[in-house]
Ligand binder design. Structure first.
Ligand SMILES: Nc1ncnc2c1ncn2[C@@H]1O[C@H](COP(=O)(O)OP(=O)(O)O)[C@@H](O)[C@H]1O
Ligand SMILES: [Mg+2]
Length: 234
């Protein structure tokens, strides 16, 4: 399979503060990478760096052969990045439908297809962003990234703070998007079990550096290693 993303020697942070140092990783087309690590280890900063929302000090990021690190944030969606930030970035004063149509770009993912994936959103088409539950906002944030028709979907803690039944629903949709539709994705999660099951590879960060990289299945089958890397009982 062809390589989609290559991150090489990336250091990045906010202002003068360097949070990430010397990060390297690669991802093939259609593959899912679980990005794991304790709280404050730099997962969001890495996602934000791919999206162009941090200050990059060193290294290169290429997506489908395009030098992403040279592009400003607002040009990265056109280059193939579909970003779902940790703080769901929906337009609260627009309806669900307006949120989707406002950003849609031509391609396989249309607002109608998003409604097929999330029937809950279809029922709330005319509701404003302010009238949605946390789970519905998250589904809308994922839908907004999908209608950009990205090459790479970046999901930063998509399951955080959601009721168990919604977590199930969203996980099922994410599994369909990645496994069945073959969209490449990087998924950040604090609770790794569910995400490792639908991922191909896994990268673990600690203090802004990569401390483990390998297959997701391997990590899933080595609970002691996972426990040591994440310091949580899984
Ligand atoms: N906007 C910011 N300005 C300065 N430092 C930040 C900012 N956001 C995060 N940090 C710092 O970067 C480090 C990594 O944070 P983050 O990437 O959010 O971790 P994670 O997503 O793994 O919990 C933390 O030490 C945090 O305090
Ligand atoms: Mg985070």
């Amino acid at each position: 399979m062809a390589e989609l993303l290559r991150v090489e020697g990336v250091s990045a942070g906010y202002g003068e503060a360097v949070v990430l140092s010397n990060i390297s990783l690669a991802l093939e087309e259609g593959q899912t990478l679980a990005l794991l690590g304790r709280n404050g280890t730099g997962k969001t900063t890495l996602i934000n760096t791919l999206a162009g929302a941090t200050r990059q000090h060193a290294g290169s990021i290429t997506l489908g052969g395009v030098a992403l690190h040279k592009l400003p944030a607002h040009e990265r969606a056109a280059a193939g990045i579909g970003w779902v930030p940790q703080e769901r970035n929906i337009f609260k004063s627009l309806t669900v439908d307006e949120n989707l149509t406002a950003v849609a770009r031509p391609g396989a993912w249309t607002p109608e297809r998003v409604y097929g994936m999330f029937p809950r959103l279809a029922e709330r088409k005319s509701n404003l962003g302010t009238q949605l539950s946390g789970g519905e906002q998250q589904m809308l944030a994922v839908g907004r990234a999908l209608v950009l028709n990205p090459k790479l979907l970046l999901l930063d803690e998509p399951l955080e703070g959601l009721a168990p039944i919604i977590v199930e629903e969203l996980l099922k949709a994410i599994r369909r998007i990645t496994r069945e539709e073959g969209l490449a994705a990087i998924i950040v999660e604090q609770h790794p079990q569910a995400i490792l099951k639908i991922s191909d590879s896994a990268v673990v960060l600690d203090r802004g550096t990569v401390v483990h990289a390998g297959s997701a299945l391997d990590l899933l089958q080595r609970p002691a290693l996972l426990d040591r890397l994440l310091g949580v009982a899984c």
